[in-house]
Structures are given as C-alpha cells and as structure tokens.
Design a protein. Structure first.
Length: 127
C-alpha cells in the first residue's frame, strides 16, 4: 500500500516544485538554527532559554524531527528516481520491440521485392 502511494506520487517527489520546497525549508531551518546559536554565543538573556532543560529538550526533539524530515525527503526523491527508472526501462523495452518489428517488416519488404524480381525473370524466360 505504501509503495503504491509513493509510486502514484513519484512525479511530485521528483519535481522542481518539491525540490524548491525542500531547499526553501532547509534555508529556513538553517536560519533558525543559526539564530539560536548566535543567541547562545552572545548571551541573549530575555528569557534564559538556554538554561532551561525544557528548551534544550525541545531543541533536541526538533533536531530529531528535522533529521527525519530530511530522511523522508531523500527517500521520496530516491523512490521517484526508482519509479522513473522503471518507467524508462519499460519504455525502452517497448521501443526495442517496435524497432524489432520495423526491422522484420523491412526485411519482409526486401524479400517481397526480391521475390517479385525473381518472378518477373522467370516469367520473362518462360513467356
């Protein structure tokens, strides 16, 4: 079920829109982390966040959540690549089958033309 859901959405995960969204969310996350680090370094003291165990616990949970979000994004793109590769392989197989049919048709046409030439020579000799 999950595989089918990802397969049905593989075009979305492999799109420029998804990549742009992921890049934008990464920039926002980096800016937030940078603001927290700079605030800690310059000792922003308006709430004493950095001395609070609860705040540090929330930051740890946020870091885990963002790690899992990045894993989801990477996995989604990977599944999209697999889906597109399989679709391309199927398309190549279809094209190869059509090329084989065209070659067979061309060979049959050459054979028919050769057979007509032989038949005309025989008619000329017999007639």
């Amino acid at each position: 079920m999950l595989t089918r859901w990802f397969a049905s959405h593989s075009a979305l995960f492999g799109s420029r829109r998804f990549a742009t969204f992921m890049a934008a969310s990464a920039i926002v996350r980096c800016a937030a982390w940078l603001a927290l680090i700079v605030g800690y370094i310059i000792h922003v003291e308006f709430v004493d966040w950095f001395e609070s165990v609860a705040f540090v616990s929330v930051l740890s949970a946020l870091a885990l959540l963002l790690t899992d979000w990045a894993q989801f994004a990477a996995s989604s793109v990977g599944l999209s690549v697999v889906e597109r590769t399989e679709a391309a392989a199927a398309a190549r197989a279809d094209v190869a089958a059509d090329i084989d049919r065209l070659v067979a048709m061309a060979e049959a046409e050459e054979s028919a033309a050769d057979a007509r030439a032989v038949a005309e020579r025989l008619r000329a000799r017999v007639g």
